[in-house]
Design a protein around this ligand. Sequence first.
Ligand SMILES: CC(C)(COP(=O)(O)OP(=O)(O)OC[C@H]1O[C@@H](n2cnc3c(N)ncnc32)[C@H](O)[C@@H]1OP(=O)(O)O)[C@@H](O)C(=O)NCCC(=O)NCCS
Length: 170
Amino acid sequence: MQIRIEQAKLSDLPRLQALAEAMRLPKEPGLFERYFELQTQGEREVLLAAADGADAGYCLLNWNPKYGFFRAQGWPEIQDINVVHALRRRGIASSMIRYCEDRARAKGLRQMGIGVGLDFSFGPAQILYIKRGYVPDGNGITYDRKQIAPGEFRPLDDQMCLMMVKDLKG
Ligand SMILES: CC(C)(COP(=O)(O)OP(=O)(O)OC[C@H]1O[C@@H](n2cnc3c(N)ncnc32)[C@H](O)[C@@H]1OP(=O)(O)O)[C@@H](O)C(=O)NCCC(=O)NCCS
């Protein structure tokens, strides 16, 4: 299978929307348009993955993440990585991650950040990130990108994340 990763253009909006629909991702209207605005401002990159010419997934590379710890270190963050069900376990997410890491290296950066949810639906992502060399960033659990103190309560939803980092070699 030939996997191709490319930066999406505004004209690719229908491709992203079709992917989100195929995966039944709850995306509020105008979200992808906002991503493209941020891409134009150099804040984010919207990346599309195709497998043998068919759209297979997308992710975001955020150069200026909301999470204060990553921001303070100047670490970029891979976000919103998704692969269509029928094409999972073929290395597509791994290719997107590798692409993002190469982009960071090309900018002279030495770390890449990523966050993962904690409920079972994020199980594949948890395994994937650890296999790709990501380790917890040492700050415990976050909610809406803020550290949670011992004894605090938060719902176990997709705002509750373990933030992880990888040292990029070479
Ligand atoms: C997480 C996700 C992006 C992985 O995409 P993918 O293209 O299937 O991932 P890859 O094929 O690159 O997987 C690489 C490795 O990760 C691990 N992995 C991935 N999915 C796995 C699963 N369901 N069970 C066990 N291991 C898994 C395996 O080690 C796999 O290698 P292998 O297939 O050779 O064993 C995909 O499952 C997905 O879209 N999930 C829903 C959205 C999501 O959770 N996004 C992450 C938000 S934090």
